[in-house]
Design a protein around this ligand. Structure first.
Ligand SMILES: *Cc1c(COP(=O)(O)O)cnc(C)c1O
Length: 219
């Protein structure tokens, strides 16, 4: 089910670039996750809460489950006890809910701010001014059970490599700006989650620290 050669190639390229691979297992059966686990993979990415909860209950406990898709506030409670990272946070309201549920589980949950970098219309993702509003909000300091660990974005689904490259550069610039402005003394703000099956090499070249690769692992 897993293309071992592709898996090895992707992990190797990630390692050379000191980046982590989030193996995207959404819509794939538990056997696929087990195969990846046997190959040594420990970080898995899912985009639906219910699917992630079911897999987490049945698969090895040392898998780090990353939620990479859009998260509704009313579903945070189901994943707060175990989720290792939430990639697509785009509002203070969602951060507040994650904080509340993380606190109930006695945890601190690392979160990434999702940015809208693609040309495509999308309901999701912040623009830098909105992020600056969120990060400048005093109430953020009271949230002790979330840790803002970096940024995340998705490039346009296009064959135009130059455009994808510009979008990744844009996300890197956003990261650098926010780091200087709000996280100069916070080494935990360090992740740039960008790059998928079609563009992970370009993303690594532009500074990605986390690639989220799905389909290429199964081809
Ligand atoms: C599905 C998905 C991926 C993986 O996409 P592939 O093209 O299959 O590698 C990465 N990030 C997010 C947010 C996704 O939903």
């Amino acid at each position: 089910m897993i293309n071992t050669n592709n898996y090895k190639k992707i992990t190797e390229v990630a390692q050379i670039n000191k980046a982590q691979l989030v193996a995207v297992t959404k819509t794939r059966p538990q056997e696929a996750v087990q195969e990846l686990y046997k190959l040594g993979q420990r970080i898995m990415g899912e985009n639906r809460v219910q699917e992630m909860v079911e897999k987490q209950a049945n698969l090895p406990a040392d898998i780090a489950w990353h939620l990479i898709g859009h998260l509704q506030t009313n579903k945070v409670k189901y994943i707060a006890p175990f989720v290792a990272m939430i990639h697509a946070v785009d509002s203070i309201k969602l951060l507040q809910e994650i904080d509340k549920r993380a606190k109930e589980s006695n945890r601190v949950i690392p979160c990434l701010l999702q940015f809208h970098i693609a040309q495509e219309d999308s309901k999701y993702g912040l623009h830098i001014l909105e992020a600056q509003t969120v990060l400048g909000d005093r109430s953020l300091r009271e949230l002790k059970n979330v840790r803002i660990a970096g940024v995340m974005g998705m490039a346009t689904n296009t064959d135009d490599q130059a455009q994808i490259q510009r979008e990744f550069q844009n996300l890197k610039e956003i990261f650098d700006t926010l780091q200087a402005q709000y996280f100069a003394d916070s080494p935990e703000f360090k992740e740039i989650s960008m790059g998928m099956s079609g563009d992970y090499e370009l993303a690594l070249q532009e500074g990605s620290t986390m690639i989220r690769v799905g389909s290429k692992l199964y081809e």
